[in-house]
Design a protein around this ligand. Structure first.
Ligand code: NAP
Length: 360
């Protein structure tokens, strides 16, 4: 595989720092540009993240001395210097939409962690093991943007990266009717650490702005179909969600209740999870977990602290599958919110896009 030059837009933030760690020694990607706001521009990366490096591993040596650019003012130079960019910025939605489209129109593809374009109907929102076929919509998007190479591809919200992978393959065979999910979400999902958010120690906050809507709606786009140059969201399964912030550094857990049109047996569900894999596994992409869904039989598993880093934080852990009195089944699942749920998911998506020729 050829090496691609890449940029990280929002490199100083929580997700950006994860990108830096995942990309600093990536076999296919060479980090050429780090960009953020005007507040960081002109500083070395080490200076720009000083006092707010939130990762347990140190700042990568090969990135420390790179001068951070301004993602807006230096856009043309950035777009020229790289094959594509990763984007994870904390800006207003309309500003992010405009920023990402501007990069795409400069023929610089954007692999985005932001929510701004998740419901743009010709922007694919991808969990690579599930709906890699939605990448075909890029052709229609390029027509709209009048680009040859530039496009935007996004990953879905971190809250649903544990339960959508668990539900999708069983729905394919047994048709889910409805699903209720309660998520227990880590503070890194808000770009925070306990030092920067001491109120979260010994506390639970029962509200995360916009998260319940995302957790209910985004799965329907992932389940959707391409029709006439648009991704048309599915109308079922029906989801209802409650999302809570819990005092955990990393790792989102979800308690799921599900009913089917054709109720499977417990063994049938577990076997589907064990056997499920997708294009990342078939293509042996560098960040593809070998076993995507891991079922734990112990009653007290999976646990956030023990299992969030499974397969480099790219695998999903599931457990406690049992019958329910109101729904057919209930179970719990877990994924790492800034790895599979954010930067890692975007890196896997970029690997898929490269392997399929979209970045050339
Ligand atoms: N944290 C997660 O688990 C997670 C998961 C999925 C998706 N996301 C999404 O990823 C995005 C970033 O989240 P985060 O947690 O990494 O946020 P964060 O820690 O607050 O970092 C925000 C980044 O955006 C940059 N930025 C802010 N204003 C800018 C501007 N006007 N122009 C250019 N860059 C600007 C910041 O640069 P400065 O340092 O220079 O201010 C910083 O690099 C958000 O859209 C979030 O919803 C986060």
């Amino acid at each position: 595989m050829k090496k691609y030059n890449v940029g990280i837009i929002g490199a100083t933030g929580m997700v950006g720092q994860r990108f830096a760690l995942l990309l600093c020694d990536h076999p296919w990607f060479n980090v050429k540009i780090l960009a953020a706001s005007g507040r960081s521009a002109g500083k070395t990366y080490e200076e720009a993240v000083s006092g707010r490096w939130a990762m347990t591993s140190p700042i990568p040596e090969n990135l420390k001395d790179i001068t951070v650019l301004d993602a807006v003012k230096d856009m043309e130079d950035i777009a020229k210097a790289v094959d594509f960019v990763f984007c994870a910025v904390d800006m207003k939605k309309d500003e992010i939409k405009a920023l990402e489209e501007a990069y795409a129109k400069l023929e610089c593809p954007v692999v985005s962690n932001n929510s701004a374009h998740r419901h743009t109907d010709d922007v694919p929102m991808i969990i690579p093991e599930i709906n890699a076929d939605h990448l075909e919509i890029i052709e229609a998007q390029r027509k709209r943007l009048q680009t040859k190479k530039g496009f935007i591809a996004v990953k879905s919200n971190c809250s649903l990266q544990s339960y959508v992978p668990a539900l999708y393959p069983i729905d394919q065979k047994f048709e889910i009717d409805k699903c209720l999910v309660c998520t227990y979400q880590a503070i890194s999902g808000a770009g925070k650490t306990f030092e920067r958010w001491p109120e979260m120690v010994d506390n639970v906050i029962p509200y995360i702005g916009g998260e319940e809507e995302k957790s209910e709606l985004e799965p329907l786009k992932i389940w959707g179909k391409i029709e006439n140059g648009k991704i048309v969201p599915a109308t079922s399964p029906k989801f209802t969600a409650q999302c809570l912030r819990v005092p955990v550094s990393d790792g989102h857990m979800a308690a799921v209740f599900v009913s089917f049109k054709n109720k499977p047996s417990k063994d049938e569900i577990i076997n589907i999870w064990k056997e499920f894999s997708g294009e990342p596994q078939a293509l042996e992409l560098p960040h593809a977990p070998k076993q995507f869904i891991n079922y734990f039989y112990e009653d007290n598993m999976p646990q956030t602290k023990l299992n969030r880093n499974l397969e480099g934080g790219m695998a999903v852990s599931v457990g406690r599958l049992r019958e329910d009195t109101q729904y057919d089944y209930k179970f719990v699942c877990l994924s790492h919110n800034t790895l599979r749920g954010a930067a890692g998911g975007a890196v896997l998506l970029a690997e898929l896009l490269c392997a399929k020729g979209y970045m050339d």
